[in-house]
Design a protein around this ligand. Sequence first.
Ligand code: B3K
Ligand code: ZN
Length: 869
Amino acid sequence: MPAKAKYRKDYKKPDYTATDIFLDFQLDPQDTLVTATTTFQRLNQAASELRLDGHSFQFVSLKLNGEDFSRYQQDSESLVLDLSNVAGERFELTVQTRLKPAENTSLQGLYQSGDGFCTQCEAEGFRQITYMLDRPDVLARYTTKISADKTRYPYLLSNGNRIAAGELENGKHWVEWQDPFPKPSYLFALVAGDFDLLQDRFITKSGREVALELYVDKGSLDRADFAMQSLKKSMQWDEARFDLEYDLDIYMIVAVDFFNMGAMENKGLNVFNSKFVLANPATATDDDYLDVERVIAHEYFHNWTGNRVTCRDWFQLSLKEGLTVFRDQEFSSDTGSRSVNRINNVKLLRTVQFAEDAGPMAHPIRPEKVIEMNNFYTVTVYEKGAEVIRMLHTLLGEVRFQQGMKLYIAENDGKAATCEDFVSAMERASGVDLTIFRRWYSQSGTPELTVSDEYDERMHIYRLSVAQSTPPTHDQLDKINLHIPLKMELYDAQGHKLALQDENGPVSNVLDILHNQQVFEFHQVYSRPTPALLCDFSAPVKLDYDYSDAQLLLLLKHAQNDFIRWDAAQMLLANELRQNLHRRQNGDALQMNPMLLDTLRAILDNYQQDVELTALILTLPKETEFAEQFKVIDPSGIHAVRRFLQQNIAEHLKDLLLKIYHRIDLPNYRIAREDIALRSLRNCCLSYLAVTEFGNALVNTHYLHANNMTDTLAALAAATSAALPCRDGLLTDFEQKWAHDGLVMDKWFALQATRPDEDVLQNVKQLMDHPSFKFNNPNRLRALVGSFANHNPNAFHAIDGSGYRFLVEVLIKVNNSNPQIASRLIEPLIRLARYDAQRQTLMKRGLERLAKLENLSKDLFEKIEKALD
Ligand code: B3K
Ligand code: ZN
């Protein structure tokens, strides 16, 4: 099995580049003929060999400057041309290949989704279409001609502008597209099929008209409006906040059902997982709507940060992904709730990204070593990458940050750039020294800030000592100090915020942590204050400060920073969890701090002050969120204690929960920030009430009266998790209503996979034969198998090893059909070091079984090898 690693340090400029590519596709599900005519240019005059990437197709023929050419060698991954006898700086290569899109279950390259065709070329999928210099620093102008049956494929789409079209014999037709912007092969796209089309337009700020086209499955037009509105909103926002305007005359989005990830930013022709396009009140929850808006925005923002300025090599992926995630987060925060967005992003980072840092796949946001590039589209590259950009924003401020952006774009437009190009532009535009800051790009792991304090009563001085350290990670043992912005506030005993000053006067509330150990002094502090540390989560670090419960309760009640209030609640709940796990181990009765219950009651009672934050504070962390607090995770203990906390809060607050549940009345469904907040609070109340004596009746009625998917699903989720008597009836009702709709059924599959019942695994296995379940559809696999392995830790980590064995069985099959999806699904199995010896042995056994597979993909190989190391 060839599994050669590539290293960032080995980057070399290409000897040749492609300048113009003419692609001719004769589409057929079983036999597609591709003729690629490429003009190459020699960049290194000493070079005599051209190595082109390509695999998984039938190679038909090759011509050089129109003549037959036979001086080449082929292996399983490439074609090497001997050009020692070819004179001239430029030459034209014509390559013919044959593909079988209908049999391509990897969903990379050209494949069939439903009855149509589509492509996915990032990271290295173009080489499954034809031989090519398939690397992001080779930018060429593409012209694409597509021919296909006219009735089955009335729409033939590719990047850029439609320049010609015509009819052919045998009921076929053709369309030709030209993209005026040079681009790397990973941004190439082709779509063919029959769709419903939603059209609109956008006038850019310089007055140009852009045609907007949204292609969806036939019959799905009633779910397309929101995505179109989101696109226009994104275009408008990028002009207003980043001064970036769209460049082509047309922007197309196609929604497909078979897709490995969320969406793809191909130039002028985005291809989307239908999950992130289709939404109406009956089928989509509030969270789904927000996800659609976010992903539409993200792909649109790539047009500048990704497409116009692309990556030099794949090690630089965070250059476009971290920055674009930062931009989509800012979009969501400017147009919705900044606090809610921040808190949700932090939750993701602390659970999934911190876990990645602590596991075998730990890597810096700019990886050093890669076997399969698709394995590095990670929360580290994306979300931690966005945190690094956010820290730059915090250090520079909006004005200087935007000056940096302007310089970065001006210097790199039309080019393939590096992370260093970005930081350097930021540094030169702002005048801020980023020497130490750059280390965030090369150091992996989650830094820890250990903070202690002392108060000098006589001098009225408060001192904060901050120490930083980063524990070793799987990929990197030695760590150095980083530049960490620590945003903080001080509160007096009454909860008033203090003005920060040192001996010379007012000081910034962002402390620059640069050294291993630093002390900060605050003057004119007249009583011992409580510090609010890491406001807005100003850096992706773990904080270690020995807060007392009293201090946390003070922050929870009085802090002005929403993140701090929420985080104080998280810490208090985590303390409860930890203490009760001990009590449980010692056979003592479980209990909760009555002061915490009283404070939660007071916050709930005052919900009108801030509905969004109240819902977030009251939402009990998931088992997986709690789990991240521990070096060694006890899945069944966490499951039991979390249930106790839920029950206890519900019992203590039930009168108030019930009152608020009934008081919130939203008769008409609207996607509006205030309504989303109220619905989420009301459904949070419902989830607690579900475990009280009112549960069954209330949840049942909630389901019956629901006029939108958010409420329907809230009822189903509450019934499922509390195992209410009404549950099976409701689940059956839902199944009957939605069996025809895979996307909606995914919600049902996910619920089935997270049932708390003993026999949940049996149930999951049976559901793999459900008529709505399609093994080759990644959305279905993620909903059923992914939810079981990731969101039902108690069952997945069952001590008899049944959960692991099940996942391994599935992985053996998915390794064959879709290595990328297999590689996503294996994640919970490679984190074995976080579990006790017995579970570790069982997990290891599963990994060893996979390691022996004859045709193990590079994707799985890379992860298994590290996990077993
Ligand atoms: N750039 C794509 C992700 C491609 C993943 C390839 N395995 C979507 C995005 O980040 O916008
Ligand atoms: Zn992206």
